[in-house]
Design a protein around this ligand. Structure first.
Ligand code: SF4
Length: 213
């Protein structure tokens, strides 16, 4: 079933049923590898939790920018909203259009990756196993991995000038929250909870490059 990726067939042979849609497939284990089982279908609560964390991160970042420039709304609003739109679009539109079509989750019937973006991608475009988006997600200055990283850390450099112009403890606190959320996401959530269970990890250039996703 996982014909997009060479050698992926082993992971479709787990005892959870070929279509991965039975009740047990909430977090179904499909591959016993040393360390962690792969999930053909991540538990819904994981997917919702990860997306809630992501959107909260973007909102806090946007709020930090708006408050940092509260004395200069003509700067703060365009910058804050531009950041938020960029963050949402790069993750929920660009990623499903450019990267996800080449991902193994696009070929697993009933599959659901950690972020659920394969489901959005399926509504936007057909799978394209030979597309370079997945393979090259870590290559180049404007690769998807960098866009993703900027969506997480972007509020800090964007809000800092405003903080310098008119200091506010609230802005500082929000930027600290952004920093903490970024570290927790990259060091704990992604590395320990999502990547180790991902069907695509064998071929994922992010993991191969040892970069944060
Ligand atoms: S695992 Fe990553 S690349 Fe694959 S469908 Fe999900 S978000 Fe897209």
């Amino acid at each position: 079933m996982l014909h997009l990726v060479p050698g992926a067939g082993n992971e479709s042979t787990g005892g959870d049923g070929a279509d991965g849609r039975n009740a047990a497939n909430e977090g179904a284990r499909v591959d016993e590898t040393p360390g962690a089982p792969s999930f053909r279908r991540y538990p819904l609560r994981w997917v919702l939790g990860l997306n809630a964390l992501t959107v909260a991160h973007y909102l806090v970042g946007c709020g930090a920018i708006l408050i940092a420039y509260r004395g200069y709304p003509i700067v703060g609003w365009p910058v804050g909203l531009a950041y938020f739109v960029f963050a949402v679009v790069q993750l929920y539109v660009l990623m499903p259009l450019v990267v996800c079509p080449g991902c193994v989750y696009r070929t697993v019937r009933g599959g659901r990756c950690a972020s659920g973006l394969n489901l959005i991608s399926a509504r936007l475009c057909p799978p394209t196993p030979d597309a370079l988006g997945f393979k090259e997600r870590t290559s180049g200055r404007l690769c998807q991995n960098r866009l993703c990283l900027w969506s997480l850390v972007g509020p800090v450099p964007l809000a800092l000038p405003g903080l310098v112009l008119s200091f506010s403890w609230l802005t500082l606190a929000l930027l600290l929250v952004v920093a903490v959320l970024t570290v927790v996401r990259l060091a704990v959530v992604v590395r320990r909870a999502t990547c180790p269970h991902c069907l695509a990890r064998r071929w994922c250039p992010v993991i191969r490059a040892g970069q944060p996703a």
